[in-house]
Design a protein around this ligand. Sequence first.
Ligand code: EPZ
Length: 422
Amino acid sequence: MDSILVTGNGPLSGQIPIAGAKNACLTLMPATLLSEEPLTLTNAPRLSDIKTMTELLQSLGAEVSSLQEGQVLAMSSHDLTSHTADYEIVRKMRASNLVLGPMLARLGQAVVSLPGGCAIGARPMDLHVEGLEALGAEIDLKDGYLHAKAPGGLKGAVHEMRFASVGATENIVMAATLAKGTTVLKNAAREPEIVDLVECLRKMGAQISGEGSSTIEIQGVDRLHGATHQVVTDRIELGTYMLAPAICGGEVELLGGRMRLVDSFAAKLDAAGIDVTETEKGLKVARKNGRVRSVDVVTEPFPGFPTDLQAQMMALMCTAEGTSVLEERIFENRFMHAPELVRMGANIEVHGGTATVTGVERLKGAPVMATDLRASVSLILAGLAAEGETTVSRVYHLDRGYEHVVRKLEGVGAKIERIKGQ
Ligand code: EPZ
């Protein structure tokens, strides 16, 4: 397995291009199942999760061609040959469950493996099942697979979700586009990736309103046609790289970044003493004079502080002045980066869903282990400013969600290299 070697190397400067959003692309790709006509995505990120979703769609009979070095995905689901999403693929990537709604809507049946637990939590699918059952689907759990069918087609309904689940919102909205009648989805998730999905579905002929708010209304149509759609900028990659100059000092411009994608996150950085300004080409981030100040963080559904930036924010708080309390309210086990940061000299105490970080002057480089996608990049961020060398192992986690990390950080002056594994 490869590892990444980072050496603290002082302030950063330059520009980092931000890619298309992994979590938008992973819901846009299954949307191809809703139509017999081609769906083409541009600005797609080059990530292993995208390859996994490609394999899954191809296993269902869809054609997926990756063009222009993976930035364009030309897809067509004219002839689907299977309606089963295998455990082997789903257990690798939970987002595989996003084929459930589209397959139900298009084929009237779907067999999707439950994803099983993952490092950050149990991540059940009860909210997906409740929503699709509200649209008339019959769903049974057998041998670890959800067996779903809607022989007479899906019917629009009014449904309120118990929690604003991102994936459940995406599955229900995609299914509702081809249901008979109107669906009103209440307590819907408001993430920008959902807005991006709805904009793409609308280009395909779906009748949807309210995206980005807690109530989304969908008028079912008989069929959807093809479209071409540009994947929205990745706000989590954006937020991650905003933290690089925050942690190291210097000034970096994140190309493609827009403030509306990271509002609450940027507000926290401002409170911590980091300057974020929107330029014509993106977001410019610089540490104001003096030491970073500690701030408290509570993760919430959008527009609150994103759980996917909690680990990275903790890395910044490790050397901030004062004490920061980070409360993780979305996942039950998303502090696995904390013990690794402690190995680098951080002062962190974790009690249940709360981590208390007391800032230290400087971290010291050490061999550390990545445990999940966002934890892996938080360790790299910590290593950028630590004294000496940090080796982050198990970087396959990183490849799931960050394209060309080494090249992007080297480009702004970081001392970083990828070490090929045995
Ligand atoms: C999406 O996961 C993202 N993944 C996650 O990003 C992100 O952390 C999460 O939303 C929250 O923002 C993709 O978009 C591919 P949820 P999702 O359904 O849809 C519980 C990353 O690092 N829940 O909003 O799975 C669940 O266990 C990944 O890019 C149920 O209880 O998130 C969790 O505690 C990690 N029952 C909470 O809700 C359900 O049926 C949030 O889950 C569904 C979810």
